[in-house]
Design a protein around this ligand. Structure first.
Ligand code: ATP
Length: 218
């Protein structure tokens, strides 16, 4: 289904979000107060406009209230990011996602009703570190402070054995959500599924349990 998005602030993060949404076939309104940034995005957005997103009249004239999803990717200027988020929530935008600069910025955004607060540099740093410390970890998604989803490469230790035989859930408290094999992905692996060498296992669990599984089970 085609959705309507607005992306405010076209730094590296905002412009990547904008380009990807547009590539996925959605309608995207790109907004920045810097004309060079706006000119650079025109081919990758449905509309691109120069506007100050802390100006209520400007936001109104862009019809921003009609967008279901707005991404606020204003970088260093925390005050503008907060004011823009506040205006968007007051105008009734249902999903406002905001890039936070730091913990205090995050706390303010939470208080004024931002629906989702992201820390791209921090999250990417964690994912890269996880990848660096283990050749077995392909990708890593933090669900909360305690729980994660990881993509792990199946080693010889688990190859040619079934999920039920490995008993990962009982021994490690982790669950295999899906198995990727070359181009195929099985999102409902049966307990009798036989794991092959170099399969990619998508596993959910407590971070400590995932670590145990990765270190001892694989
Ligand atoms: P990154 O490039 O890593 O995303 P960043 O988050 O620091 O870095 P910036 O390069 O600071 O992002 O980009 C933020 C963008 O937001 C800039 O292009 C800037 O012009 C724009 N911006 C800042 N304040 C406003 C505002 N009030 N209205 C519209 N655009 C704004």
């Amino acid at each position: 289904m085609k959705k309507q998005f607005a992306v405010i602030g076209l730094g590296r993060f905002g412009s990547s979000v904008c380009k990807e949404l547009y590539k996925l076939g959605h309608e995207v309104l790109a907004i920045d107060m810097n004309d060079d940034r706006v000119n650079a995005i025109t081919k990758h957005a449905t509309h691109a406009v120069i506007a100050n997103a802390t100006d209520e009249n400007a936001l109104n004239s862009l019809g921003i209230r009609n967008f279901d999803n707005v991404v606020v990717a204003i970088g260093d200027n925390i005050q503008s990011s907060i004011l823009c988020t506040l205006l968007l929530k007051e105008m009734g935008v249902s999903q406002v996602w905001v890039k936070a600069q730091n913990h205090y910025h995050h706390r303010v955004l939470e208080k004024i009703g931002a629906d989702r607060i992201v820390h791209p540099e921090k999250d990417m740093g964690i994912r890269i570190a996880q990848h660096l410390v283990s050749e077995k970890i392909i990708d890593y998604i933090e669900l909360s402070d305690e729980y994660s989803i990881v993509e792990l490469i199946a080693s010889a230790k688990v190859a040619n054995r079934s999920i039920i035989d490995l008993n990962i859930r009982a021994i490690y408290g982790c669950t295999i959500l899906a198995i990727k094999r070359k181009e195929d992905i099985n999102i409902t692996p049966s307990p009798n599924e036989i794991i092959e060498l170099n399969d990619i296992l998508i596993v959910i669990g407590h971070k400590n349990d995932l670590k145990r599984f990765e270190e001892d089970g694989l």
